[in-house]
Design a protein around this ligand. Structure first.
Ligand SMILES: *[C@@H]1O[C@H](CO)[C@@H](O)[C@H](O)[C@H]1NC(C)=O
Ligand SMILES: *[C@@H]1O[C@H](CO)[C@@H](O)[C@H](O)[C@H]1NC(C)=O
Ligand SMILES: *[C@@H]1O[C@H](CO)[C@@H](O)[C@H](O)[C@H]1NC(C)=O
Ligand SMILES: *[C@@H]1O[C@H](CO)[C@@H](O)[C@H](O)[C@H]1NC(C)=O
Ligand SMILES: *[C@@H]1O[C@H](CO)[C@@H](O)[C@H](O)[C@H]1NC(C)=O
Ligand SMILES: *[C@@H]1O[C@H](CO)[C@@H](O)[C@H](O)[C@H]1NC(C)=O
Length: 386
């Protein structure tokens, strides 16, 4: 009997070791894949449309992306992406069709929205877990990185550095705007429409004051990507950079959301940024990696297998934080529906440098936002506002 137990124990521990080894191997492989994708992405600035950042895994190989889009058949009971088989080329006619179809009167479908909210919040509730707070993590525990193997320990000291509690409550904000940064916003005159919302989400520290007519001026949560914090401000390591960062961040109100728990190498810099940044109207907060993972899993089941863009993640979060979610500037095409050439971002002059021709596939995220508009789950705005 004892012998049998020992044998069984041995078998068990061997399988535990094997599973552990395999999962470490997998994590390491995943990290390498992401690393190389990140490098590739940095080279091909051409693909970004304003909402890509450190969390994004995106191959610049268009063939691969088309394949990836074609697999977008849902396995969930909702079958959200059934209709999503993007074409290889996007004709101007199709762009006009998108425009026309989102321009017809829109009504919210609260049944469909409620189902989706429930699915998205299965596990961690968005209003509690959008950012890491003293209330939603205890000292001595840890958080898993989203794009790196291993976990970050939450020591007493780190815990004390976190905001005390979530700025959100169970009561939803009546209306929110989420801004992708596409060049389609330029000369759109959408500022007033965007600012009708009580709460405005923005990505990649996009400049606003100079563009308020087109992009509005309200800001309540703004994401800051790795390149902004680390390249432009040298991770706030010197007084000079801290000063410059403070000066530049004056135009943002509310939360400056940083994906601190994406990659381990940047974690300490993020802590440092929170420690040193003191402002009356804004503070640096950290995205909750497990919430990000949960939302990613939801979309993976809908066929989105790459790492989500922050813009798309914020839209998913807004659905649970807000009664009504309006999205602007999510437009991954080279032209407006009128056929005018546009830039990547509404705020800079970066053209589609590495791709002079039309982008040959529709990024799946856009297609999904569009379909959710059609289902009455969110409201997409394309083109000029009246
Ligand atoms: C990060 O933000 C900056 C400033 O808004 C932008 O120019 C850059 O393209 C972004 N980088 C990525 C990888 O999204
Ligand atoms: C969802 O789509 C898949 C693939 O088309 C199909 O096999 C499945 O039956 C669908 N499920 C529902 C509930 O419609
Ligand atoms: C998805 O496809 C399946 C099988 O083709 C179909 O039964 C179902 O109605 C579709 N669902 C939606 C939401 O279009
Ligand atoms: C626009 O709406 C029409 C009518 O509902 C539909 O036939 C067409 O496929 C839609 N276009 C796109 C791009 O979804
Ligand atoms: C609202 O969504 C539900 C669930 O997806 C669907 O059954 C219903 O037909 C929709 N209602 C309208 C008015 O479109
Ligand atoms: C959103 O930000 C604006 C300023 O940009 C501020 O006036 C407003 O009170 C904020 N809304 C919420 C709900 O915090």
């Amino acid at each position: 009997m004892a012998q049998w137990r020992i044998k069984r124990l041995l078998q068990l521990s061997v399988s535990v070791i094997v599973v552990y080894g395999l999962s470490m191997l997998y994590a390491y492989h995943k990290h390498n894949v992401e690393k190389s994708n990140e490098l590739q992405r940095d080279r091909d600035v051409g693909f970004q449309y304003g909402v890509r950042d450190v969390n994004v895994k995106e191959s610049s190989d268009s063939k691969e992306k088309i394949k990836w889009s074609r697999q977008a058949v849902s396995t969930s009971p909702m079958n959200i992406t059934n209709a999503t088989v993007p074409e290889d080329t996007v004709s101007l006619k199709k762009l006009q069709e998108y425009y026309n179809n989102v321009s017809v009167p829109w009504t919210q479908n609260s049944t469909a929205l409620d189902v989706m909210r429930m699915e998205l919040d299965r596990g961690l509730t968005t209003w509690v877990h959008l950012i890491v707070t003293q209330d939603n993590i205890s000292p001595g525990s840890d958080l898993r990185f989203t794009a790196w193997p291993g976990r970050a320990a939450i020591t007493e000291k780190i815990h004390a550095l976190l905001p005390k509690k979530s700025p959100y409550s169970q009561k939803r904000i009546p209306r929110c705007s989420v801004i992708g940064n596409s060049g389609i916003l330029k000369d759109s005159g959408c500022g007033a429409e965007i600012d009708k919302a009580e709460y405005v989400f923005r990505c990649n520290a996009a400049p606003i004051q100079r563009y308020s007519r087109d992009a509005g001026e309200k800001t309540n949560l703004t994401t800051i990507n790795k390149s902004v914090l680390h390249d432009r401000y040298m991770a706030l390591k010197s007084l000079e950079h801290q000063f410059q960062f403070h000066n530049d961040m004056i135009e943002y109100n509310g939360l400056l959301w940083v994906p601190a728990y994406a990659n381990r190498p940047y974690l300490d810099d993020c802590y440092n940024a929170r420690r040193t940044f003191k402002s009356e109207n804004s503070e640096i907060v950290f995205g909750h990696p497990h919430h990000f993972t949960q939302v990613s899993k939801y979309w993976a089941a809908q066929g989105v297998h790459g790492i989500l863009t922050t813009g798309f993640y914020l839209v998913s979060a807004a659905l649970n934080l807000c009664e009504e979610t309006h999205v602007f500037g999510f437009w991954p095409f080279l032209e407006t529906p009128d056929g005018e050439t546009i830039k990547f971002h509404y705020y800079d002059d970066v053209g589609f440098t590495s791709r002079t021709k039309r982008i040959h596939e529709i990024p799946l995220e856009f297609q999904l936002l569009y379909e959710h508009h059609r289902r009455g789950i969110l409201r997409m705005h394309i083109g000029k506002c009246k």
